[in-house]
Ligand binder design. Structure first.
Ligand SMILES: Cc1ncc(CN)c(N)n1
Length: 242
């Protein structure tokens, strides 16, 4: 497993370091280990994918809120490009994986949300509704950076026929990695234009780190929800359980 920190910008490196234990719990979660060695129960994976589709719907709404809250054309364009990448690319992985199990997109869209899904997505949306652009993107960023790092770490373990080959290839793939680099650029740009070149010296830094760290914790809870589903045998096809 590669442990090198990916280069997603200056803020990512600082924020990741600022919540190192929580970051480890996120990217080294048992769910991720199960994806890597293929031992994750299919029921856990399917339940997670259904919930993750719902998560991505709200996550795309939150990026669209970024378009609303942006304060420069570049910020606006980067947020709009991320909305496009989510809806027209990342969604496909979930739609195809679930379709292979007989679950269509309409059922995914109407799936019943788990508490962890509600907690994480509404936290992100509320960060943007009650806060400003920085609050919003700091709550949004761990999603991209974490999956980017996990994708790169798991890349070496994938082989043809690996049960989670498509998932791993999506997140280590060029197009998702490009999104992570662009999100890193956006976060650095937004911070520099609002609070300057030494953000850790800003009175706002502690709150900014808290915003990021909370989203990281919610990511680990989200994996936990997926694992529990497999152990309880609730990860079946029905939208009722979804
Ligand atoms: C919960 C979660 N976090 C992050 C990602 C990567 N976009 C995702 N699909 N789902």
């Amino acid at each position: 497993m590669t442990n090198k920190t990916p280069d997603y910008g200056k803020t990512f490196a600082l924020m990741r370091e600022g919540c190192a234990p929580q970051w480890r719990e996120y990217i080294e979660h048992d769910f991720v280990k199960g994806l890597q060695d293929g031992t994750l129960p299919q029921a856990s994976f399917l339940h997670y994918m259904i919930q993750d589709y719902v998560y991505l719907v709200h996550y795309a709404r939150a990026w669209a809120l970024g378009v609303v809250k942006a304060e420069s054309p570049e910020e606006m364009k980067l947020c709009a490009a991320t909305v496009d990448s989510l809806i027209n690319h990342e969604f496909s992985l979930h739609i195809q994986t679930c379709a292979a199990q007989g679950i269509d997109e309409a059922s995914l869209f109407n799936a019943k949300e788990e508490l962890e899904t509600i907690a994480y997505t509404r936290y992100v949306l509320d960060s943007g509704l009650q806060g400003d652009f920085l609050d919003l993107i700091l709550a949004l960023a761990p999603c991209a950076f974490g999956y980017g790092e996990i994708g790169l770490r798991l890349k070496e373990s994938v082989y043809e026929g690996h049960p989670y080959e498509k998932w791993i290839n999506t997140y280590c793939g060029e197009s998702f990695q490009e999104v992570c680099v662009e999100v890193g650029r956006l976060v650095d740009l937004a911070i520099r234009s609002r609070i300057g070149d030494n953000p850790t010296q800003s009175p706002r830094w502690t709150k900014m780190q808290e915003r990021f760290s909370k989203a990281v914790e919610l990511e680990a809870e989200f994996w936990g929800m997926g694992l529990r589903a497999g152990s309880q045998g609730t990860g079946n096809k029905g939208a009722k359980h979804a």
